[in-house]
Ligand binder design. Structure first.
Ligand code: BDE
Length: 144
């Protein structure tokens, strides 16, 4: 394990019920990161999505990928930075994610020119790709 949840909370401002990364298991600083989100039956969103048919919202899977990207930026040797997500493209939700699934969040930097960073994110359960997205963030120490 590279980062536990307390270390992740030092890197990200997100908190319950919106912190969606439990653990970081691999980092290639400035290049790639692998995080884990353990999906439990007790997730607040399962109350409403959907009653009697718990499925993790795909938009929260891409949020989890974006959070993992945020941790990657904070581990890239530039400190005091904020990460502002600006766009997502080529988003695909391929399989339902259900209670008990272990989401493996893989994010790689695909472009980094100054403040503009682009990422490719893929979420897996076991060996299956369940969702994916490309997304862009502005990295800056200034307020947006
Ligand atoms: C979601 C994302 C990617 N691939 C498949 C799915 C999926 O199976 N969604 N299913 C939603 C769903 C919602 C309700 Br309400 C329902 O009664 C049932 Br039967 C469903 O499959």
């Amino acid at each position: 394990m590279i980062m536990d949840v307390n270390q992740i909370k030092q890197a990200l401002p997100h908190r319950y019920p919106f912190l969606l990364v439990d653990r970081i298991i691999e980092i290639d600083p400035g290049k790639a990161i692998t995080g884990i989100k353990n999906v439990t039956v007790n997730e607040q969103f399962f109350e409403g999505h959907f009653p009697g048919k718990p499925i993790m919202p795909g938009v929260l899977q891409v949020e989890a990928l974006a959070q993992a990207a945020g941790v990657l930026v904070t581990n890239s040797g530039i400190d005091g930075n904020m990460v502002y997500f600006m766009s997502m493209d080529k988003v695909k939700f391929r399989k339902p994610v259900v209670p008990g699934d272990r989401l493996v969040l893989k994010v790689a930097v695909s472009h980094n020119r100054g403040k503009v960073w682009k990422f490719k994110g893929e979420a897996f359960v076991d060996e299956s790709l369940v969702s994916e997205a490309e997304f862009t963030a502005m990295v800056s120490s200034e307020e947006f």
